[in-house]
Design a protein around this ligand. Structure first.
Ligand code: 5GP
Ligand code: MN
Length: 348
């Protein structure tokens, strides 16, 4: 997000507080495909909270979530559409309330899109991506916050439930903030974020343990895949202040890829002196997944929207390419000259 103008949409939450006043509500917490720590943390914070209050919450995800988040309290409530499609659709259909967390467009929930639209439930969106484009009854959208998890914390307070926050709820919120700020290295210059973390510490969260569970939880194969990538599959184009890495299906198979293994890979080229735009290309079965990151004002959400049918934040975005891996990389390189002025308009 960085220097993005912040856009805040904050609907009245009194109807939600009223709905949740009666116990036994069925609550679906919908998160985006390939969910990250912020999506899972936001959803599980609400799962733990609402369970305590006698409701029936369940997280519905379009795909599996990374191994390094499986320690989180409440993960057994997560329904993976890929494994249990009927259950996932049924939870959405039967829900009294549906929360959409950490995404701004129903394209991000893939096959669950229609189910969300058709559902009769009261619909809430809590998110921090720019330009939300979804029909909901209550929208809480703020691009100035570190993460959706930070917004969830405020939402819990706004709906009068602060007294029910416990260590589990606080741990989930902390995980969301920690992962979406790259351990407080970006999107965390606002004092509200640090005040939120200070309050979370008061609930007894084990900050160091959470860090370790998330960042010291990789398989040896994942570490070797990263080493391989940096050695063999990285190209640095200093003239465009750009670096990128790629992984073919053969590479992924060779290192026994598991969901979450490539999390963070896209950031590595940005650690090279002078580089301010990085990309990661991952060959999937029928497309190439594109991840983009930048430093400063170079808008990778616009780049992704214009060329890879995607979107995201100013400094972190993603999209898809339907060319081969080789052709996707060639196309990416061909695009750079038209951005040379923007890429060079940067003082370190
Ligand atoms: P990642 O590179 O981690 O997959 O995605 C980075 C960020 O870009 C995500 O947090 C999300 O905000 C956004 N993003 C990723 N993929 C897409 C996409 O296909 N469409 C849109 N609109 N946003 C995406
Ligand atoms: Mn997020």
């Amino acid at each position: 997000m960085g220097k993005d103008k912040s856009d805040i949409i904050r609907s009245d939450t009194s109807v939600i507080a009223e709905l949740l006043g009666k116990s036994g509500r069925h609550i679906a917490l919908l998160i985006h495909v390939n969910p990250d720590g912020d999506a899972v943390g936001s959803a599980l914070a609400l799962v733990n909270l609402y369970r305590k209050l006698g409701h029936h919450p369940a997280v519905v995800s379009p795909s599996d979530y990374p191994v390094f988040l499986k320690w989180m309290p409440g993960t057994e409530s997560l329904i993976n559409f890929k494994k249990q499609p009927e259950v996932a659709l049924d939870v959405i259909k039967q829900a009294d309330l549906i929360f959409a967390l950490d995404f701004n467009d129903l394209k991000r929930v893939k096959e669950l899109n229609e189910a969300h639209q058709a559902a009769q439930a009261y619909k809430v969106l809590i998110d921090h991506h720019p330009d939300p484009d979804m029909a909901v009854d209550c929208m809480i959208s703020d691009t100035s916050v570190s993460s959706t998890a930070e917004l969830v914390y405020r939402f819990i307070i706004d709906t009068g439930m602060k007294a029910h926050i416990d260590k589990d709820v606080a741990s989930c919120i902390f995980t969301g903030i920690m992962t979406d700020t790259g351990c407080f290295s970006f999107n965390s210059s606002n004092r509200n974020t640090w005040e939120t973390v200070a309050e979370l510490l008061d609930y007894g969260i084990e900050k160091d343990r959470i860090y370790s569970q998330v960042y010291d939880n990789f398989s040896a194969n994942r570490m070797r895949m990263l080493g391989f990538c940096l050695n063999e599959n990285m190209e640095v184009l200093q003239e465009y202040k750009t670096g990128f890495i790629w992984l073919s299906r053969k590479d992924l198979d060779a290192y026994k890829f598991e969901p979450g293994d490539t999390e963070g890979f896209v950031n590595y080229p940005l650690s090279i002196r002078g580089i301010r735009f990085s990309a990661l290309f991952i060959e999937k079965e029928d497309h190439v997944r594109v991840s983009l990151r930048s430093k400063g004002s170079f808008a990778v959400n616009t780049f992704s929207r214009n060329h890879f049918n995607g979107g995201g934040h100013l400094n972190a975005s993603g999209g898809d390419s339907y060319l081969s891996l080789h052709d996707t990389i060639s196309r990416f390189k061909e695009l750079l000259p038209q951005y040379i002025d923007q890429l060079n308009d940067y003082n370190e």
